[in-house]
Design a protein around this ligand. Structure first.
Ligand code: DGY
Length: 424
């Protein structure tokens, strides 16, 4: 076994807190939603019971309305802000009050397939409750985050995107007040250089939104009506559709045919809505600000994530791929979350330029789906090389390759396990 593969496994062990994995020590000391989904897929390569357990522990945080929150506070920690007392939610295992990209459905199917391939006799029995949790969560996305039935699900907080300080939110966030009821005590800056993190002003707006929704009692209908930030978003919708495809397959395998049809209908609606967000002049997909009614033109990785969920006609696919090549040109580590010629680009500041192994994982799957295994293979190699050269960092400076943010990061370890052995 190559050393780095073992190192990736060691990181997952070191970040284990009792059946769930923290993204990294101290900076993120709880269970994060999409992090755990990627981690479960990493575990599936060599420890199927642990892969299931990661997802089961995440579901402990699922709300009765179906939402799986973005953080599950299984055990207290004073190294993170905002903790449970800021969120003020009602769930028994304390959780945050917003969600995160629904990679979960992909992970459940991935773990199930690995269990079947390993000849595990109890695979379907262990998969079933996870499938049911995924279906409940998908229904929640459509009910709570797309109540008008457009097919594009919306985010009510930038943290819900997983891409917290993306330039995509700049215009929408500028309208969010900086006043807060909660006193802001940033803990992240004690762990990571401030130049790699969102700014204080971003935090004021992040927390203004938390205070606003806590005052609505986290009721989805009240939040929808009163949200100061509401983005119908292509990255989240594409991930929802990809997971939707996977849980539709599971529904059929498990004999849940009516549910499979219900899921297929949700997927079809969202695929159509995603396709309508293609902008030929930009050669990418765009999200929509539901408060201003405008397209969001800021260039980010989200514009290409729909490849994951759509079988594109060649003209669209080729245009998207040409644009991706342009963005990757001259980068030591692709794929930049923002292209370097954009005014808002910052090579080390979190989602404003850096490359992320898990985004690459999604893009690789999307490129393979759309018959661009050549580009997928280049991106796979670039990602593996970045980790081998610069370590298991949270993300990478695309211009220098430097590993940034938190170190010994769980999802980068999981991505290495997934990508290092997978040659197209
Ligand atoms: C953070 O605290 O930086 C997280 O990304 C929010 O989920």
């Amino acid at each position: 076994m190559p050393d780095l593969y073992q190192k990736a496994r060691d990181i997952l062990i070191a970040n284990d807190r009792g059946g769930y994995t923290v993204p990294t020590d101290r900076l993120y000391p709880f269970q994060w939603n999409w992090d755990s989904a990627f981690v479960a897929m990493g575990f599936a390569a060599y420890d199927i019971p642990r892969a299931y357990q990661e997802l089961e522990r995440l579901v402990e945080g699922q709300w009765s309305d179906g939402m799986i929150p973005h953080i599950i506070f299984h055990a207290p920690s004073d190294t993170y802000f905002p903790g449970p007392s800021v969120w003020r939610t009602a769930h028994t295992v304390p959780t945050s009050g917003i969600s995160q990209p629904p990679v979960f459905g992909m992970a459940v199917k991935h773990v199930h397939d690995a269990a079947i391939a390993a000849g595990k006799p109890d695979a379907s029995a262990r998969t079933l409750p996870l499938y049911e949790a995924a279906l409940k969560w998908h229904r929640w996305w459509y009910a709570a985050r797309d109540p008008e039935g457009t097919g594009l699900v919306a985010l009510l907080h930038p943290w819900e995107s997983g891409s917290d300080n993306s330039p995509a939110w700049d215009l929408a966030m500028a309208r969010v007040p900086t006043t807060t009821d909660t006193v802001i005590v940033r803990k992240d800056l004690g762990h990571v250089d401030a130049a790699m993190r969102p700014r204080d002003e971003d935090y004021k707006r992040f927390i203004h939104l938390v205070d606003t929704y806590a005052a609505f009692g986290w009721d989805p209908a009240r939040q929808w009506r009163g949200a100061p930030f509401k983005i119908a978003e292509v990255q989240t919708t594409a991930i929802l559709v990809k997971s939707g495809e996977e849980i539709e397959k599971l529904a059929r395998l498990l004999g849940r045919h009516e549910e499979a049809d219900e899921i297929a209908a949700m997927n079809a609606l969202s695929r159509k809505a995603l396709l309508a967000q293609w902008r030929p002049a930009l050669r990418r997909f765009v999200s929509r600000d539901l408060i201003s009614g405008e397209d969001i033109h800021a260039p980010t990785q989200a514009g290409f994530i729909p490849l994951l969920a759509l079988d594109l006609e060649p003209a669209i696919r080729d245009a998207a791929c040409e644009e991706m090549k342009l963005w990757s040109n001259g980068m030591i580590v692709a794929f930049p979350s923002t292209p370097k010629d954009y005014a808002g680009f910052e090579a080390k500041r979190y989602w404003r330029g850096p490359s992320w192994a898990i985004i690459n994982w999604l893009l690789i799957d999307g490129l393979n789906r759309n018959d661009r295994s050549d580009m997928a293979e280049d991106l796979r190699r670039s990602t593996v090389r970045a980790i081998e050269t610069n370590g298991f960092a949270e993300y990478f400076d695309p211009l220098t390759g430097e590993g940034c943010g938190g170190l010994d990061f769980s999802w980068t370890a999981a991505a290495y396990i997934e990508l290092s052995g997978k040659v197209a």
